[in-house]
Design a protein around this ligand. Structure first.
Ligand code: LMR
Length: 348
């Protein structure tokens, strides 16, 4: 990808041994958009072969078989095997990356946390299966809603997998936020950096332009905050990003899939391969109580940098009082979700 003049084919280098990558909900809408990104090398790199573990529930068996046919028919150079199953042992066996996408999606009129009761058991099972079968170093990305609390439920049921290996997706929100800022400024999204999303993947999430910069037409790096006013940030930008998932559901009649898969790709790629110098990404990770006054043992979206396959929370950003207040609210919601999902919770 760094050598645009070369063909993609020439960039494949098969020196690494394959990694096992689980995608749950593989026969669903997001799975259909995510599988080609993983198979095509956009997540783990063009030198990293993969064995796809495609999990879906028994009633989706036939559809999943069709998806496997399509993977086969892609003759992807990086795909060294496909395991398609509804069996958790087979699905989770030795996986080094897990995209946990499978779950009931929200319908018009619901909030994401309305899915907690329905999807919680799926994440109890996933946590237990990770504990029993997955590689100890597995990197887990929870996509199914409510993503942050589902992730906590999985982590709570996989005590021997390090907490730092669990994450939930707020990259879709931060991609949305980046794009909204770009449109407002009349530049391409690629020109905008470090738009953040804090907290929960829900309406209480906190999209934040405080540290964002953009490249102007004359190639200057400028602070976004100097070019947009507060009324737009708090009155238009934030609610647009917070409610974007619902807007897509009402337009499509289905929840976002292409953009969700794209964000899952971005999240996992940056975690495995690293973030560019000077760039932050928004990742929902297990709070250890050491950053921004957020209590421990909730899965909270923080600005992160990634290097050598590990993320680190960027802890030294100055937060305005107005944003601080919002950070508390979204934290409070996550604490409430936790008491619903894990009654009697006493710590990870
Ligand atoms: C999204 O943000 O698009 C997804 O979380 C789906 C939803 O329910 O909003």
């Amino acid at each position: 990808m760094h050598h645009m003049a070369q063909s993609q084919q020439q960039n494949y280098k098969m020196s690494k041994s394959p990694i096992r990558v689980l995608i749950s909900g593989a026969a669903g809408q997001i799975g259909y958009a995510l599988i080609p990104l993983v198979a095509g090398g956009q997540v783990f790199g063009l030198d990293q072969p993969v064995i796809l573990h495609l999990l879906d529930i028994e009633p989706m068996k036939q559809v999943l078989q069709g998806v496997v046919m399509e993977v086969d028919d892609g003759a992807y150079p990086l795909v060294h095997g496909v395991v398609a199953t509804s069996d958790y042992q087979q699905a989770f066996n030795n996986v080094q990356a897990a995209f946990l996408v499978g779950g009931f999606p929200r319908k018009a009129g619901m909030e994401r946390k309305d899915l907690l009761e329905k999807n919680r058991p799926i994440f109890v099972d996933a946590g237990q299966a990770l504990e029993k079968y997955a590689d100890r170093n597995v990197k887990v990305l929870v996509v199914a809603n409510p993503a942050n609390t589902n992730c906590l439920v999985a982590a709570a049921h996989a005590p021997s997998i390090p907490k730092k290996n669990f994450s939930a997706m707020t990259r879709l929100d931060s991609n949305r936020a980046q794009s909204q800022v770009a449109q407002k400024l009349g530049v391409a999204p690629v020109k905008v950096k470090n738009v953040l999303v804090w907290g929960n993947h829900s309406v209480t999430q906190v999209p934040d332009v405080s540290y964002a910069t953009f490249e102007s037409a004359d190639s200057k790096q400028l602070p976004v905050a100097g070019s947009v006013d507060e009324a737009w940030v708090f009155g238009t930008f934030q609610p647009t990003v917070q409610k974007r998932g619902a807007a897509v559901i009402s337009a499509r009649g289905l929840s976002s899939a292409m953009s969700a898969a794209n964000a899952a790709k971005d999240h996992m790629r940056d975690w495995f391969l690293g973030t560019p110098a000077g760039e932050y990404v928004s990742m929902s990770v297990v709070s250890d109580g050491s950053a921004y006054g957020v209590g421990k043992d909730i899965v909270y979206s923080f600005p992160c940098v990634c290097k050598g396959g590990e993320y680190e929370i960027v802890k030294d950003l100055a937060v305005s009082d107005k944003i601080k207040e919002l950070l508390k609210k979204t934290e409070q919601e996550l604490v409430e979700e936790r008491s619903e999902a894990l009654p009697g919770f006493s710590g990870l």
